[in-house]
Design a protein around this ligand. Structure first.
Ligand code: ADP
Ligand code: MG
Ligand code: MG
Length: 209
């Protein structure tokens, strides 16, 4: 297997393990402002994705990401399946030439673009977009303007995503199930922003190894 492909397979496995470990916490977050299935959705979907990508024969990074996305699409319904899965499938094409600082930035931007195309959420709507927008912008700026090595840029992006997750707590939800609660969604952390942060933390861990 290509080294890069194998590294991405290992990253998907690490993400699956992390989301399994966070299953009950993510479910608690979703029970406060949703339907208490986000932990199960993420744990089940990513564990199926990890199994699928482990079976691929000598895959390149784009194929691993595309396969993981397709598996999430088929395993996970609701809001998060199409948002995570569809966006991964679409953005995977940016990795066709392998993983470099430039293709990683293109991947992140295309992923965010697809999430926003599909979900129509903006910063402040209390969704995964609140973690993603600052993360992707910070990653791009760190690579392109500040000339940081990709792993350092990713570390900055993770820190930005963490602030984005905190930002979801005091605001009112305007998209997704949580929006049905109106002002009662205030004071609760968004589950999808939180799972996005966990995934990014695992990517950083994988990139650091
Ligand atoms: P469901 O809400 O269908 O039960 P999940 O619980 O798995 O799906 O996922 C909920 C998460 O999905 C939310 O916490 C939020 O981050 C994200 N989400 C919901 N709607 C949107 C949207 N329109 N755009 C972006 N993210 C969204
Ligand atoms: Mg839910
Ligand atoms: Mg649901």
């Amino acid at each position: 297997m290509s080294d890069e492909g194998a590294a991405v397979v290992a990253a998907v496995q690490a993400i699956a393990e992390r989301l399994e470990a966070e299953r009950s916490y993510l479910t608690d977050l979703d029970s406060a402002i949703g339907d208490a299935d986000h932990g199960g959705n993420m744990a089940r979907g990513w564990s199926a994705a990890a199994e699928k990508v482990a079976d691929l024969d000598d895959p390149d990074p784009a194929t691993v990401v595309k396969t993981a996305g397709k598996t999430l699409l088929s395993e996970v319904g609701g809001a998060s399946g199409p948002l995570y899965g569809g966006s991964l499938v679409f953005a995977s094409q940016e990795l066709d030439g392998g993983i470099t600082a430039d293709t990683a930035v293109a991947f992140a931007e295309t992923y965010l673009e697809k999430v926003q195309d599909r979900g129509d959420a903006r910063v402040g709507d209390k969704t995964m977009v609140d973690a993603l927008v600052p993360a992707v912008h910070t990653f791009k700026k760190s690579v392109e303007t500040d000339d940081l090595p990709p792993v350092e840029a990713l570390a900055k992006a993770v820190a930005a995503a963490e602030r984005g997750v905190d930002f979801t707590v005091p605001i009112r939800a305007s998209k997704g199930r949580a929006s049905y609660l109106g002002w009662r969604s205030v004071g609760h952390q968004d589950p999808g922003a939180t799972s996005t942060l966990y995934i990014m933390e695992e990517l950083l861990d994988a990139a650091t190894e």
